[in-house]
Design a binder for this molecule. Structure first.
Ligand code: NAD
Length: 296
C-alpha cells in the first residue's frame, strides 16, 4: 500500500486559520497588531523567494510586515544598526534575518544582536539554551514545524526510534533535541547521522521516524528505510528550471522510490516548507502577546 501523504499545505492552512483568528482578536480586544521585520542582505534568489513568501503570509494573516532589503556590500555595522532600531521599535515584535549572510558579515554577531524577546527564528543563544532545557522560548521554525506536523498527523513519537540526518544548527541539532524532550511530541530515542557517520543505512533502516535534512537531492532510497516508516523530508534542492523559469525542487528523499515502502511521507514541495513559515507567524503572534503580557 502506498504511503500516506503528510500534507504540510493542509496542516499549515489549519494552523494559519487559528493564527488569523487570534490576530483579529488581538486587534479587536487590545488594539495590537503583531509586527514582523524581515532583513535580507544580498540578492540570492532562494532567499528572496523565502522572504517574499514570509511577508506575503504575514500580510494575509493581518500581521504587519516590513521587508528591509540591503545590497550584498552592506557593512556589518549597518546591519547591526538596523537590528538595533527594530529591537527598540515597539511596533515590531519579531525580527528575522534571512540566512545565509554574505561572508563579510559575522552571522553569530548578527544573531546575538537580536533581542531574544523578538527572536522569532529561535536562533539567539538564550532561546537555544532555553530550548535545550525545555523552558518556554521561541522554538526554531523548521524543527517546531516538523513536531507540529507529526502531532497533527497523529504520529506517536514516545518510545519511537527517530533518526535525524543532518546536524545543522537550524534543523538537525534542534529537531533532535526537541524529539528528545520529556514531553508530548518528544520522548523519542534519537540518533543523529551526519557526514562522518560510518554506516548510515544501519541507522536509517531502524528508524520508525526518519527526518532527513542533509541538502542532498534524493539521497534516501527505499532500501535505506524500514517498511512502514514515517519519512519527514526537510530537503529543498533546486534540481532544474521549468520552462516558465520556476525552479524545479526535489527533497533529500527519492519520493517515487520510497513511497511504496514508507508508512507516511512528506512531499517536497508542500511538506515541511509551509510549516516553517507558519511557525514563524505563530512565533510573531506569541511575541506580540508576550510583549503585551497577554496569556495564552
Ligand atoms: P546544512 O548544509 O547546514 O547541513 C546539512 C547537514 O547534513 C550537515 O550537518 C551534514 O553533516 C549533513 N550531511 C550532508 N550530506 C550528508 C550525507 N551525504 N550523509 C549524511 N549527512 C550529510 O543544511 P540545513 O540548513 O540543515 O538544510 C538541510 C536541507 O534542508 C537543505 O536542503 C535546506 O534547503 C533544507 N531546509 C528546508 C527548510 C524547510 O523549511 N523545508 C528549512 C531549512 C532547511
Amino acid at each position: 500500500m502506498p504511503a500516506t501523504i503528510i500534507s504540510g499545505i493542509e496542516t499549515a492552512k489549519a494552523i494559519r486559520e487559528e493564527i488569523g483568528i487570534e490576530v483579529r482578536r488581538l486587534k479587536q480586544e487590545y488594539n495590537i497588531i503583531p509586527g514582523l521585520v524581515t532583513i535580507l542582505v544580498g540578492d540570492d534568489p532562494a532567499s528572496q523567494s523565502y522572504v517574499a513568501a514570509k511577508n506575503r503570509t504575514a500580510e494575509a494573516l493581518g500581521i504587519f510586515s516590513e521587508q528591509v532589503t540591503l545590497p550584498a556590500i552592506t557593512a556589518e555595522v549597518d546591519v547591526l544598526r538596523i537590528i538595533d532600531e527594530a529591537n527598540r521599535n515597539p511596533a515590531i515584535h519579531g525580527i528575522l534575518v534571512q540566512l545565509p549572510l554574505p561572508r563579510h558579515i559575522n552571522e553569530t554577531k548578527v544573531l546575538f544582536t537580536i533581542d531574544p524577546d523578538k527572536d522569532v527564528d529561535g536562533f539567539h543563544p538564550v532561546n537555544v539554551g532555553k530550548m535545550l532545557l525545555g523552558e518556554q522560548c521561541f522554538l526554531p521554525c523548521t524543527p517546531n514545524g516538523i513536531l507540529e506536523l507529526l502531532r497533527r498527523s497523529g504520529v506517536e513519537t514516545s518510545g519511537a526510534e527517530v533518526v535525524v540526518i543532518g546536524r545543522s544548527n537550524i534543523v538537525g541539532k534542534p529537531v533532535a533535541s526537541l524529539m528528545l524532550q520529556k514531553r508530548e511530541g518528544g520522548n523519542a530515542t534519537v540518533t543523529v547521522c551526519h557526514t562522518r557517520t560510518r554506516d548510515m543505512g544501519f541507522h536509517t533502516r531502524r528508524a520508525d521516524i526518519l527526518i532527513v535534512a542533509a541538502g542532498v537531492a534524493r539521497m534516501i532510497k527505499a532500501d535505506q528505510i524500514k517498511e512502514g516508516a514515517v519519512i519527514i523530508d526537510v530537503g529543498i534542492n533546486r534540481v532544474g528550471q521549468a520552462a516558465n523559469g520556476k525552479a524545479i525542487l526535489a527533497g533529500d528523499v527519492d519520493f517515487n522510490d520510497v513511497v511504496g515502502k514508507a508508512g507516511a511521507i512528506t512531499p517536497v514541495p508542500g511538506g515541511v516548507g509551509p510549516m516553517t513559515i507558519t511557525m514563524l507567524m505563530q512565533n510573531t503572534l506569541q511575541a506580540a502577546k508576550r510583549a503585551a503580557r497577554i496569556d495564552g
